[in-house]
Design a protein around this ligand. Structure first.
Ligand code: ZN
Length: 447
């Protein structure tokens, strides 16, 4: 599986009733206990069963080795092994535009924090979730040769605390990193004899020029053979969102940002490739730009306005900044349904950076459609995207703490333990029935 924080939706383990549970990394091994139609049934721990498509796994004989266990090492990531590659153009899809190197004016940010869990040759299943912007929890399944223990000595900023728990009689190891600042990215991948959990601190922002040196990936939705929603339109979704993204890129570049566009023309591009493009460019943010549509047969009256989807809490401030800029510059769109946390979409799942999907407006609302078509509406949408990004960094400039003098925040009183994690972050809170777009994409993450 290429990419450190990008997963293909097609390869995943689900719970026995079909909910996504775990996106496997390369060489991860599972214990199969049976077959259910085209799927294998695997056992992660007592009471934690899962299904995986049999054709996507390779059967092995014998018992896989147990993870080594022992002391978890921690270091502030070296420049040689950053979560975000310093140079990524070689890995970019051919359709992506080459970008000039980021200007040297960006304020240097705190290094990434890397936790190394000794696993030897084992490749155990694990889930990784972000219950809040200041906590990442890794759950590793299966017996370990020795229990994992927290590192001795001081922890690098912004890592405040490391909680290591053995659950289910030692068959689940849960490692929670508690941060002194909201995270900006996280990944977990086996490398050599370690499982490396990498935590990306928030960037250091120059208050005078908040966008200087920032790398922003804008992803104009669909393209090529994929028209997007309401394909019968004179201009399909793919053609409406492209000029808005191109103009937003221009506005961001004018403020000193480097913009990576996943496509600049009418080309077909896979979903995973879009996430990989963001990662390869060393992006600070990933913003996928779409226009919404209700499925055929649903009454579109009254369903209009912007919506911003995200999966992980680290993306919430970006989502909120984009939404409020859209509402401020385009009150004529209608307020819309607003923020959509807990989304399970290919463009919101990437964890390497805050990742959101913006539905600017509804193609199925006549007033919204007029704005999407009009030069004035497109200009205001592009300005809103650039404004939202600028507002996020302006807030970041005020929020950043000096890593040399971290504030000792009191540890929140949290209940420890609990059930095994789902690997997908907090689910969307239950609410009233939502328009068809969300229901559809919850089952078919095609964006
Ligand atoms: Zn779309």
């Amino acid at each position: 599986m290429p990419g450190l924080g990008v997963n293909a939706a097609g390869t995943r383990l689900t719970t026995l009733d079909g909910q996504p549970l775990l996106y496997p990394r390369e060489d991860m091994t599972f214990r199969a206990v049976g077959r259910v139609g085209p799927d294998l049934r695997v056992r992660l721990a007592p009471g934690v069963g899962a299904l995986v498509t049999a054709a996507q796994v390779v059967p092995l004989d014998g018992t896989p080795p147990a993870p080594t266990g022992g002391a978890i090492a921690v270091d502030a990531g070296s420049a040689a092994e950053p979560l975000v590659p310093a140079q990524g153009p070689a890995a970019l899809p051919a359709t992506a535009l080459p970008n000039s190197a980021p200007p040297k004016t960006a304020a240097p940010s705190a290094p990434e924090v890397v936790l190394r869990l000794p696993i030897g040759a084992a490749r155990p299943p694990f889930t990784l979730e972000q219950p809040s912007a200041r906590r990442v929890t890794l759950a590793m399944y299966g017996q370990t040769a020795a229990p994992f223990t927290p590192p001795a000595g001081p922890l690098p900023w912004p890592l405040e605390r490391l909680e290591v728990q053995s659950l289910a009689g030692g068959l689940i190891t849960q490692v929670s990193a508690v941060l002194a600042a909201p995270l900006w990215g996280f990944t977990a991948n086996p490398e050599g004899e370690d499982l490396r959990l990498t935590l990306r601190p928030p960037p250091t922002v120059d208050p005078a020029r908040p966008l200087a040196g920032r790398v922003i990936t804008l992803d104009p939705g669909h393209g090529g053979s994929q028209n997007g929603g309401a394909g019968s339109l004179r201009v399909p979704e793919k053609g409406l969102v492209l000029p808005i993204a191109l103009r937003a890129a221009e506005l961001l570049r004018a403020q000193g940002a480097t913009v990576n566009l996943t496509r600049t023309g009418d080309v077909t591009l896979g979903l995973v490739e879009r996430g990989l493009s963001a990662e390869a460019a060393g992006s600070d943010l990933l913003i996928s730009i779409h226009a919404n549509a209700l499925p055929d047969g649903r009454d579109p009256r009254g369903i209009r306005g912007p919506e911003v989807y995200f999966t992980h809490p680290q993306a919430q401030p970006l989502a909120a900044a984009l939404l409020s800029a859209l509402r401020a510059r385009l009150p004529d769109l209608g307020p819309g349904a607003g923020l959509k946390p807990g989304a399970d979409l290919a463009l919101t799942r990437p964890t390497t950076q805050p990742s959101v999907l913006v539905e600017l407006a509804y193609l199925t609302d006549p007033g919204n459609l007029r704005l999407l078509h009009s030069p004035d509406g497109q200009e205001r949408m592009a300005q809103a995207i650039a404004q939202g990004v600028a507002d996020l960094y302006a807030a970041q400039a005020g929020a950043r703490r000096d890593p040399a003098r971290p504030a000792r925040l009191p540890g929140p009183a949290r209940a420890r333990g609990g059930g095994p994690p789902t690997g997908l972050g907090a689910p969307a809170p239950p609410g009233p029935a939502l328009p068809g777009e969300l229901r559809r994409t919850a089952r078919y993450p095609e964006r």
